[in-house]
Write a protein that binds this ligand. Structure first.
Ligand code: RET
Length: 285
């Protein structure tokens, strides 16, 4: 009967349509998502325009890396906007939001749990490797160090996703968080110790040091934000504010970072170039 339907519905969680409507009708949460779709799209056009005159293949690869970050971002935020990569997650006992319910805006129902924008963590696994590729190329680093940084970076994001989606135990959520932070330390080591030496040899230490500080500080910001946001200690319970925090970090870590990179590459093609022999054809294509 109706009661059974209501109970089953509550147990299953919201539909994708309810989540889509919720984002549409919650101005704070919605704006944190829509603004970034627009910025990611505009940044793609801008970067393509700025780099239109580049011919050096290695310089182009660095710009393509930064454009890949924006391209993944369009897809990432579209996943959130559509409700595909959002869920209402029931927190285990011990969590500040254990037993909390969420009232979905836009005519949606009330569900046990708090909203997780888990698609962010998933798509960071596809976007952040391109930030590290750009950094490694600017530092003139080797394939071993670049691949090592990227492997552990993907590890950060996938274990971060696991932390967000674990409902069995409060301790296990933080265990995943701890694993993620450990992987983060590997990336920080490469950024702060390995690549600065490579960059000195490559003659790119000035720009690399600026980008390094920007990256380490911002990436540490994401880490702290997770801990204090609605999925962690819930010192910030509001989903829209938690989401806007990440969105603000994204604006600097993606578009701000990329602009610095592209401006440097355009002004320093000689330093960045690996010469005629670089690439598969070696003819500057
Ligand atoms: C999580 C939680 C688990 C612990 C750690 C995290 C770190 C996330 C980072 C994200 C960086 C994202 C960027 C996105 C821009 O496209 C997953 C929050 C360590 C460092 C730069």
């Amino acid at each position: 009967g109706t009661l059974t339907a209501v109970v089953l519905n509550a147990a299953e969680g919201p539909t994708q349509a309810e989540l889509f409507e919720h984002v549409l009708n919650d101005p704070l949460l919605g704006s944190s998502i829509y603004v970034n779709i627009a910025l990611a799209g505009l940044s793609l056009l801008l970067f393509a325009f700025l780099a239109r005159g580049l011919t050096d293949p290695r310089a182009k690869l660095i710009v393509v890396s930064t454009m890949a970050v924006s391209a993944v971002s369009v897809a990432s935020y579209t996943g959130l906007a559509s409700g595909l990569t959002i869920g209402v997650v029931e927190m285990p006992s011990g969590h500040a939001l254990a037993g909390a319910t969420t009232d979905l805006a836009g005519g949606g129902g009330t569900y046990d749990g708090t909203i997780s924008l888990w698609g962010r963590y998933l798509t960071w696994a596809f976007s952040t490797p391109f930030i590290l590729l750009a950094l490694g190329l600017i530092a003139g680093s080797n394939l071993t160090k670049i691949v090592t940084a990227i492997i552990f970076d993907v590890g950060i994001m996938i274990t971060g996703l696991a932390a967000a989606l674990t409902t069995s135990s409060y301790l296990m959520r933080w265990a995943w968080y701890g694993i993620s932070c450990t992987f983060f330390l590997v990336v920080v080591y490469i950024l702060l110790v390995e690549w600065p030496e490579d960059a000195k040899r490559a003659g790119t230490e000035d720009i690399f040091n600026t980008l390094k500080i920007l990256t380490v500080v911002l990436w540490f910001g994401y880490t702290v934000w997770w801990a204090i946001g609605n999925e962690g200690l819930a010192l910030i319970e509001n989903v829209g504010i938690t989401s806007w925090g990440y969105s603000a970090f994204d604006i600097v870590a993606k578009y701000g970072f990329s602009l610095l990179v592209i401006r440097y590459v355009l002004n320093n093609v000689e330093t960045i170039s690996a010469g005629e022999e670089y690439g598969i054809t070696g003819d500057g294509v």
